[in-house]
Every structure is written in C-alpha cells, then in structure tokens.
Design a protein around this ligand. Structure first.
Ligand code: CA
Length: 216
C-alpha cells in the first residue's frame, strides 16, 4: 500500500515516514501544500497523512479540493486540539485526525484502519480459502501453519486480497507497492507473483492475460 505524507516540519516528517515505512508501506512525501495537493490528485494513494498548517495551500483547502475529485482516506495531523478544528477537518472530508504530539504506533494503527475501511473490509483478518491474512499483524497462516513472506510479498498479497474478486492491473500493482523513487525491474511483479504461488499454492492467484491478476 502506498501512503502520502504532507508535512512541512522536517523532524516530524522523518518520524512519520520511518513509522510508515516500518509498517510496510511505500511512502511519498510533500513538504508544502502545493506539492501535496498535486501528488494527492495525480497518484492513487491508499491513504494520505495531512498536516493542517502548511506553507502554500492550507490543509483544509487541500482536503476540500481532494474531496471534489476522489475518496482517498485522509488522516489529518493537527497541533490544535480545539473541538472546532476537529469538527472543521471532519466536515471538510477527513476520515480521522491525530493531535500532535502523538505516538507513531497510534498513527500506524489509524492508517491501517483507514486503509481497511477504504477497501470496504473493516475486519483486519482477510480469509481466502484456507489462508488467513492478518493485515494488522502482517502475518499469513495457511491451514493453521504460519507462512513466512517478505515485506513485499506480503504487500502484494494484501493488495490482491483487499481487492478480492477484482482484477488488479500490473500498473496498479506498481502504483500501490512502490513510490516514485523506487527503481524496479520490469519483471519484478512476475517474480513476486511466482513467489506467492510457490509459498501459498498455485491456485491462489489467477493471471488474466493482458489485464492483470486476481484472487477469485
Ligand atoms: Ca505544519
């Protein structure tokens, strides 16, 4: 899953980035309102962490413009804890908020929950046949046995499982699993799909030639 952070305070930006990378997300960042709005509109993020007080365009304006175009889940970071500010954020289209200072573990949990709800699957555990995919613990069990996946293998499985029943194109896989800085080989998706089939069974993922992959 790919997350955008819009935050102008370098220390906080770094802490949030490290926290989200550690949670297994591909992370992009923007340090001002204009860059944040541009990226939010042009990339199909799974979630956005948005600071309210930004140079350039303020966070509430970003929210309003984003909401006119798309439904990407947004968690707002605010230094202000006045009830009126929280109400204004939520009314402008935010899905959740955190008041600074906050614990990174809470940010990680809220982002996970937002991504699940955004995918229409509020249960953190996704079951596919005898597979049990725990998106909170980032663990997979097959028939009760733990299966070890690399972080990228898990990310690909999570993406396909959260969209179970829908074909996910190779372009969408690249967009959701890697950020713009990542250097990926053209066959990297095939490699991870092959790894998942080897570890979890060939029948799990179906290839739709010319379209993409699906967990039916
Ligand atoms: Ca700020």
């Amino acid at each position: 899953m790919r997350v955008l952070i819009v935050e102008d305070e370098p220390q906080l930006l770094r802490a949030v980035r490290e926290g989200l990378c550690a949670a297994g997300y591909a992370v992009d960042e923007a340090a001002d309102g204009e860059a944040g709005l541009h990226q939010a509109l042009h990339v199909d993020y799974d979630a956005i962490v948005l600071d309210l007080m930004l140079p350039g365009i303020p966070g509430t304006t970003i929210l309003e413009r984003l909401r006119a175009a798309k439904t990407t889940p947004v968690l707002v970071l605010t230094a202000r804890d006045a009830v009126a500010d929280k109400v204004a954020c939520l009314d402008a289209g935010a899905d959740d908020y955190l008041t600074k200072p906050f614990a990174i573990a809470e940010l990680q949990a809220r982002v996970r929950a937002m991504i699940r709800r955004g995918a229409g699957r509020p249960d953190p555990v996704v079951s596919v046949g005898e597979l049990r995919i725990d998106t909170a613990a980032r663990q997979v069990h097959r028939g009760g046995e733990r299966v070890d996946l690399t972080p990228m293998e898990f990310a690909l499985l999570e993406l396909l499982a959260l969209r179970r029943g829908a074909v996910v194109s190779r372009t969408a896989i690249y967009e959701h699993l890697w950020n713009d800085d990542a250097e990926t080989m053209s066959n990297v998706v095939d490699v991870y799909i092959a790894n998942l089939r080897q570890k979890l069974g060939r029948e799990l993922i179906t290839t739709r030639r010319g379209e993409g992959y699906i967990i039916p």
